[in-house]
Design a protein around this ligand. Sequence first.
Ligand SMILES: *Cc1c(COP(=O)(O)O)cnc(C)c1O
Length: 381
Amino acid sequence: MKFNTKTIHAGQHAEETSGAVMPPIFQTSTYAQSSPGVHKGHEYARVTNPTRHALEALLAGLENAEHCAAFGSGCGAMDAVMKTLRPNDHVIASNDLYGGSYRLFTKVFEPFGIQYSFVDMTDLNEVEKAVKSNTKLIWIETPTNPLLSVVDIKGVVSIAKKSRIFTIVDNTFASPYLQRPLELGVDAVVHSTTKYIGGHSDVVGGAVLSNNAAFMDDIRFQVKTSGAIPGPMDCYLLLRGVKTLALRVQRSCENAHKIVEFLVNHPKVGHVNYPGLKNHKGHEIAKAQMDDFGAMISFTLKNDSIEHAFTFMSNTHLFTLAESLGGVESLISHPASMTHASIPKEIREAAGLKDSLIRLSVGIEDANDLIEDLEKAFKKV
Ligand SMILES: *Cc1c(COP(=O)(O)O)cnc(C)c1O
């Protein structure tokens, strides 16, 4: 089955009792047993729920994974992954990481004895140098947020394989439509399904996917034991949203290409970060491992200050000033004060995350309207 077909049909079948084409929202906390232990496959809804299973089957299809566990948020999914580690285990992660991931790793898991090295993962030598005898996991995010750096997934996997280190890609930014890390040799994928997979900014969710049965048993144990599950209504919203994933991402990418063209030629723009640009450091790698370059763009103003960035962002109208990304509507944000405020300024600036850096999540509106909206805001700075 090709991707566009999978977004509609992967793992889906009409509901048995009624023939309902969409899986019903099984809004129940428990299931009847005819005698103790005799039931129709479900005992308690923290552990299993048919609406959730329908979502998991569909997401597994999209990532070409045998197993998927859905979570109540991307952070819940990442939390479950970290709990498969033990004190004194070491993790290598990118220094240009989603702020919430950095906070989870350093504020929650470091105090429990998990060790982290944050490295420039676009440089494979840095990854190799960071490997220690207790390194258990390499956490890859690509393209990165918000600088849109591209990590060579196959390159990192080959370093990891030499030392039998588990690899994970946070595939939220690309979405499975543009990038399927398991096909590139990665052991597992995590998603914030809140973003492109849901696609309508109306639900928060997460997922872990893998072909490694032992790892997924561990993840399911976390689901059952720690309970960061999505509710059935949320699973239904995700099932509804994901069906248009291919169409949405395709249109968003087309819009992003036009906006990037506009930005690189604009006199008030400093630097544009977009993997589709030929002068982008990771352009060739992105071309090889992604099907298109995505709809996330970040750029600095020539006049690099927080004040100018704030003025610009308060003057867009179609681009809504908000955290998050990957919805049908275009969003604008200021990483240094919003999503990445939990990363100390020295670390932020060392990674190139400047004060005036503005991030765009390009939606599916008309590209000309979006460009006009940006042009109006440029006139104010
Ligand atoms: C949003 C996001 C997360 C966290 O997911 P939530 O659903 O907000 O908990 C993790 N990684 C990336 C790259 C994200 O954009």
